[in-house]
Write a protein that binds this ligand. Sequence first.
Ligand SMILES: Nc1ncnc2c1ncn2[C@@H]1O[C@H](COP(=O)(O)OP(=O)(O)OP(=O)(O)O)[C@@H](O)[C@H]1O
Length: 317
Amino acid sequence: MIIQADDLRKSFTTKSRKGTQTVEAVRGVGLEVEKGEIFGVLGPNGAGKTTTIRMLSTLIAPDAGTAVIAGHDLLKHPAAVRRNLGYVSQAGGVEDTTSARAQVVMAARIHDVADPKQAAAEVLERFDLTEMADRPGRTLSGGQKRRVAIAIGLVHSPPLLFLDEPTTGLDPQNRANLWERIRQLREAGTSVLLSTHYLDEADALCDRLMIVDHGEVVAEGTPGDLKRQVSGDVITLRADDLEKAAGTLKPLAREIRVDEDVLRVYVDDGEHTLPALLRALEGQGVGLSSIALDRSTLDDVFLAKTGRTLRDAGAES
Ligand SMILES: Nc1ncnc2c1ncn2[C@@H]1O[C@H](COP(=O)(O)OP(=O)(O)OP(=O)(O)O)[C@@H](O)[C@H]1O
């Protein structure tokens, strides 16, 4: 386990002319991240994702709760925790006037890396930044800047990397490119905790994730587990003999419904049931004219747990 956190809490109190206002940003969040996995924190704006990551990376102190990160107690040994993690903020933290190389070398020096120049050159090369490494930060594209920010976070080779909304604002091509690089980090053994408010990102990238809303965890599991918890998958088919098809498929399904000329077969795991279903129909000589598999999405999970879609939740905060 690279992160084990229990009951983290954080409130912010702000004073203005209207009086004192307290926001409970994180209300008892616990999470466990295994070594070598990509773990996602999915939630709408204001859900408490950044606050959770900032507490875990020692940038702000929790009001309550405990965490052990890479074997070190967050509250008792924050310096040891910091040595073991890289943190890439939402804004990215790339300066306009200094070159990418100088910024990565500086980060290596801050972390006491043995040969800062060499370490910087290696991480810049790994992120395909060597060519533009000596240009000022402001001349880099959005995708390149994001890669520099990650290179800064990784130059001391930490076993754990925090990425706060790493692809927000990137175009689809740069997003896909960054997803691939994050997967490569996992292949190289780095554990990654990332926050996102994109459903497709959590689904495509995360081994496991938790969904947070109003500072609380509302669901946790693999993307597949979470989707199955809600409604499973539905296979819709048209056949020459629907009654016979329904009888044949009954043992494979959670529920079967005949709606006029289509048969809806509700199953836990459509991808794995589909081949068996096709074999069973063929064995009984049932002719198919069409078949489709619809899977539930993480938005269905969010809706089931909160009564709102993730998009609505984002719009209201
Ligand atoms: N320093 C602060 N002072 C006052 N309130 C804060 C502070 N930081 C966060 N908050 C409030 O705490 C809540 C959670 O914020 P947080 O940034 O953790 O959410 P988030 O899920 O990361 O959202 P986003 O996706 O918009 O980054 C919000 O209501 C926010 O306004």
